[in-house]
Design a protein around this ligand. Structure first.
Ligand code: K1U
Ligand code: ZN
Length: 186
């Protein structure tokens, strides 16, 4: 398995609608395994294919051990509203409150091509909506007021120099590792 580079705000791939998956190939299974490794290394609870530069309608989530691979997911039903402080692995060092549906019913396919329906509330509902938005080229900052969005973009203008080519490198976390000043990083 490999840790993939994460694409950050400004990369056009994050704004492209994705293409439905028509066949689960070995290459797609490898992508799913790599996405899990990347998500865990980045300490996320979800990851969508465009975030690793891909155009398939595919995302993964793991909220408190509720782990799902979502192939061609769609929200079938939604109701109520909930406000949650969201972050995004592609919008580094920024979080904001977003209003979403409180309950969702999501339909998706698994890698063994079974149809699943996920009824969710709380953080799982928020994460599912966040990931499905990624597959439609939408980011959580799109929901912010003009003022808050401008503040986010101003912060990002300064930070983006750290991500040449809109690429965020994710390092594997090594257990028991300590960082010391003047130590050479390999
Ligand atoms: O798609 C992504 O960018 C992943 C994103 C999903 C998400 C988190 C919180 C609310 C909505 C969607 C993240 O995992 S960001 C990491 C993070 O902020 C977080 C990690 C653990 C618990 C809660 C949030
Ligand atoms: Zn995100």
């Amino acid at each position: 398995m490999s840790i993939l580079d994460i694409r950050v705000l400004g990369d056009p791939v994050l704004r492209k609608p994705t293409k439905r998956v028509t066949e689960v190939t070995d290459e797609l299974r490898k992508l799913i395994a790599d996405m899990f490794e990347t998500m865990y290394a980045a300490e996320g609870i979800g990851l969508a294919a465009p975030q690793v530069g891909r155009t398939e309608r595919l995302a993964i989530v793991d909220v408190d051990g509720a782990r799902f691979v979502l192939i061609n997911p769609e929200v079938l039903e939604s109701d109520g509203s909930i406000v949650w402080e969201e972050g995004c692995l592609s919008v580094v060092d920024f979080s904001a409150e977003v209003k979403r549906a409180a309950h969702v019913l999501v339909r998706a396919f698994t890698p063994d091509e079974r149809e699943i329906r996920i009824e969710a509330e709380g953080l799982l509902a928020v994460a599912l909506q966040h990931e499905i938005d990624h597959l439609d080229g939408k980011l959580f900052i799109d929901y912010l007021s003009t003022l808050k969005r401008r503040a986010a973009m101003t912060k990002w203008e300064k930070a983006k120099a750290e991500y040449p080519g809109f690429i965020r490198k994710v390092r594997a976390e090594v257990k028991g590792e300590h960082h010391h000043a003047n130590e050479t990083e390999m």
